[in-house]
Structures are given as C-alpha cells and as structure tokens.
Design a protein around this ligand. Structure first.
Ligand code: TC6
Length: 307
C-alpha cells in the first residue's frame, strides 16, 4: 500500500533528463537471437538477414521490436521517480505500445525523450505508463515511440479522491484490450524457447535479476526466473513478420501487447494470428500450461501479395 509520500502530481509533472543509447550490428544480431530468430533453422531465409548478410553486417535487417531496447535501463529510472513509492521486486511489465516512424539503421546513436503518459490507482497496484520518443542523433529524425506500462503490485491505494486517481495523456484507442475472434486463426506459429532464453535475452541490456536469479524470482512470487515480457513480445512479432509479412520487418508500423501471464524459459509459445484489414490481432499461448500469456495487435503498412 502506498504511503503519504506518494505524490501523483509530482510524478506526472516530472521532467526526465535526455538519455542516449548507442547500438551496433552486434547488438542487433544478439537481440534477434534472443527473440528466437533462426532458433529452429539456422539458414531460415526469412530470418537469417537479422543476424548475417553476405555483403557485411552493415546490411543486416533490424526487427521492429528492437525499438524496445532503446529504453533499456528505464526500470532504474522509474525507481528514482520523485513522488513514486514501490517495491522494485514486485514490478511486472504490463503492456508495451511501439510506433515505428522510420526503419532502424543497423547501427546508430539514439537520443531518448521521456515523459509520464499515464498513472492509475488500481487499489492493489499502481499502473505507471512512460512514453519515450527516440531520435537518431545524427539526423535528428524520430525513429520510434515506446509506451511502457508497468504494473506495480502492492503500490496502489494512494488516491485521496473517489473514483480512484487515473491520468492518461494519449488516445484510449491505442491500447484497447484486444478481443480475440472466435474464428480459427488465419495463421499459427509455434516456437520453443530454450531453458537459457532469458539468460541470452538479458545480454541485450535488461539485467533485472527477476529473469536470472532464483532467489529474486522467489521473492517476486515465481517458482523460478521468468522470461522478459519484451522477449515474449519479440517472439510473437517475429512470428507475425515471418507468417504474414513474407519476412519483411519494415511492414510493421505499430505494435501493442498486453502481458497476461508470466512465461518460464523452456516453454513453447504458440502465436495465433487473425487478419482484420491491415491489423493483425494476435494471442500467444504457452503449450505446457495451455494458458494465454500475451495478447495484442500489429498494424501493417501494406500487405504482401502472397496473402
Ligand atoms: C519494464 C521493464 C521490466 C520488465 C519486467 C518483465 O519483463 S516482467 C515479465 C512480463 N510480465 C508479466 O509476466 C506480467 C504478466 N501479467 C500478470 O501477471 C497479470 O496480468 C498482472 C499481475 C499484471 C495483473 O493481474 P491482476 O490479476 O492483478 O489484475 P486484474 O485482472 O485484477 O486487473 C486489475 C486492473 O489492472 C488492469 N490490468 C490487468 N492486467 C494488466 C496488464 N497486463 N497491463 C496493464 N493493466 C492491466 C486491469 O484492466 C484492471 O483495471 P480495471 O479494468 O479494473 O480498470
């Protein structure tokens, strides 16, 4: 339960310092491997381009979910937000919204501008939403926007008003809870994650011990370390690009995902996809527990003629 020092006004008006993030082709390839590219076929013609190009690494393609790496270290920033009180051990990633404005170069220096985009008192939890616009430093061009929603268990109940405090500064239709159709999915992709998946994915920069340390995972309420939510999202979007975009990552314009349940490394992800004009609705399930773990949508710029 939040104490008296919890100050919503101070949180939403906080001015974040500008941060930078530099990446190389090596980071791009390591990330792709972390979200399962070429995991079942090392010469997969739709995926090898994320890790290798015959003319040199400068030509490799970047997955759109790589955008989420630009905000690496954001959790540390949340923990220092003036006016916000929560136990970092109980933080879970709730949702991610990504808008792609330009295809990502294979290496770049990024400048991030962040602001609080939402804050909601849910009683048993607080939901914090932080929006980050990422610009390529050299050209000054906007590459993407990430909106990260974190679910802070045990940190709710700070409202002094009824109904409980809720602040949102973006259009509600960007994060509508996705209603999965009753019909058969248009396409389905199954991917096995490895026991070491979170240990590999963390090398892309999210070193939160929840994903590697059994003791920390236990304190957070899990029987062993769990997979990063953004790793699961990366698997799902890669599957959509492979199945519905003929392997072309630049068709993806925006992505929304809500994390419904944790995933344990080693579990099998089944991503089901439905086409609604240029929008792909998707749901990812874990085969071993027969549970949905992620739901969301991907907006495509144009559909391939092979559909
Ligand atoms: C960021 C870097 C750190 C990364 C960490 C990770 O990767 S961790 C690994 C990856 N992440 C994971 O593994 C997390 C997986 N997800 C979970 O474990 C659970 O969904 C939960 C614990 C987040 C919430 O469960 P619950 O039973 O406590 O929730 P409830 O059903 O009682 O609803 C209460 C209110 O909250 C709302 N709301 C609910 N869910 C979400 C959401 N996801 N998102 C946003 N909002 C959500 C819901 O609409 C409702 O509001 P309303 O309608 O009353 O106004």
């Amino acid at each position: 339960m939040a104490d008296n020092s919890f100050d919503p006004q101070q949180i939403i008006s906080y001015e974040f310092p500008v941060t930078t993030f530099t990446y190389t082709e090596r980071d791009v390839a390591l990330y792709a491997l972390g979200v399962g590219a070429c995991g079942s076929d090392a010469v997969d013609e739709k995926e090898l381009k994320y890790v290798y190009h015959k003319d040199g690494q400068g030509f490799i393609k970047v997955l759109p979910t790589f955008a989420a790496l630009f905000i690496t270290g954001a959790t540390d920033t949340f923990a220092k937000l003036p006016g916000l009180q929560f136990d970092p051990n109980l933080l879970l990633h709730g949702q991610q919204y990504i808008e792609i404005h330009k295809p990502f170069p294979s290496s770049a220096c990024i400048e991030n501008r962040m602001e609080v985009a939402g804050l909601h008192d849910k009683g048993k939890a607080t939901i914090l939403e932080v929006e980050t616009k990422s610009y390529e430093k050299k050209s000054g061009e906007l590459l993407c926007m990430n909106r990260t929603t974190v679910y802070l268990r045990g940190a709710g109940g700070f409202s002094k008003t009824s109904p409980p405090y809720s602040y949102r500064k973006y259009p509600a239709n960007q994060v509508l809870t996705v209603k999965i159709p009753n019909s058969q999915p248009f396409a389905v992709q199954e991917d096995c994650t490895h026991q070491s998946q979170a240990l590999l994915y963390r090398l892309s920069g999210d070193y939160n011990p929840l994903h590697s340390d059994p003791t920390v995972a236990g304190v957070a309420g899990f029987s062993r370390p769990i997979l990063h939510g953004l790793c699961t999202l990366g698997f799902a979007v890669r599957a959509i690009i492979k199945r519905l975009c003929n392997g072309e990552p630049t068709l993806v314009k925006s992505i929304f995902g809500r994390f419904l349940l944790h995933v344990y490394p080693g579990e099998t992800l089944i991503t089901e996809m439905w086409l609604e004009s240029s929008k792909v609705l998707f749901q990812t399930k874990v085969r071993e527990r027969n549970k949905a773990v992620l739901t969301g949508y991907v907006v495509l710029g144009q559909l391939t003629s092979s559909l």
